[in-house]
Design a binder for this molecule. Structure first.
Ligand code: SF4
Length: 202
């Protein structure tokens, strides 16, 4: 494991987060399936990383009750509400700083609020490509790499989708309505970070 990843993990742990390291997505999925029982409910936040792991289908197959608005576009609002009350919550993160902070931008607010409260455990699934040197680099990466790609994926009419960079827009479809920087493990929820030694999501 390279020193940069080790250092980030050390700092995340120092900030109270539980961190588990995996060499690849397959071992991470195996571990998640062992950690989340068939008797638990699981909510999902919007995330390409989580989507790419196909963990929604695997948890549903083992009998867990799963809630993800990405899978229920016709029942989106109700599914967001159900996900918000699930025992466990799975999502990605926009960035992890080397000093051990989680940085996320949210348009709806479901993902960021679930990282703070309402669940027994929150699993943050992230590839090592999400590690940023510091908060400035994290924000630049989110606004100019992640947001343009998410806007394209979601077909949002935002400047970043068309120009490939942030224009701090006033678009009604703006994604950047809330910014959450988790500096330490919050009191009411257990955050478990699955750090995978691959490039996942964006
Ligand atoms: S503020 Fe607007 S243009 Fe900038 S990243 Fe967010 S949605 Fe895109």
């Amino acid at each position: 494991m390279i020193e940069r990843i080790k250092n980030t993990m050390r700092n995340l742990e120092k900030n109270g987060f539980e961190v588990r390291y995996f060499e690849n997505e397959f071992s991470a999925v195996d571990s998640l399936l062992k950690d989340i029982s068939a008797y638990e409910s699981v909510g999902f936040g919007g995330s390409m990383t989580v989507s790419d792991l196909s963990i929604y289908d695997k948890l549903a197959k083992q009998g867990s009750t799963v809630y993800w608005h990405q899978k229920k576009p016709d029942d989106r609002a109700a599914e967001l509400g159900r996900a918000a009350t699930a025992t466990a919550y799975l999502t990605g993160t926009n960035a992890i700083t080397e000093d051990g902070r989680l940085v996320n931008i949210d348009g709806t607010g479901n993902r960021t609020s679930s990282m703070l409260f309402g669940h027994d455990r929150v699993y943050i699934i992230a590839g090592v490509n999400k590690i940023a040197r510091n908060l400035d680099e994290a924000m630049i990466r989110i606004k100019n790499v992640a947001c343009p790609k998410n806007a394209e994926r979601l077909k949002l009419d935002t400047p970043c989708r068309h120009l490939g960079k942030c224009m701090n827009c006033d678009s009604p479809q703006r994604m950047c309505n809330a910014t959450l920087i988790l500096e330490r493990q919050p009191r009411s929820v257990k955050i478990i970070i699955y750090l995978i030694n691959e490039n996942l999501g964006y």
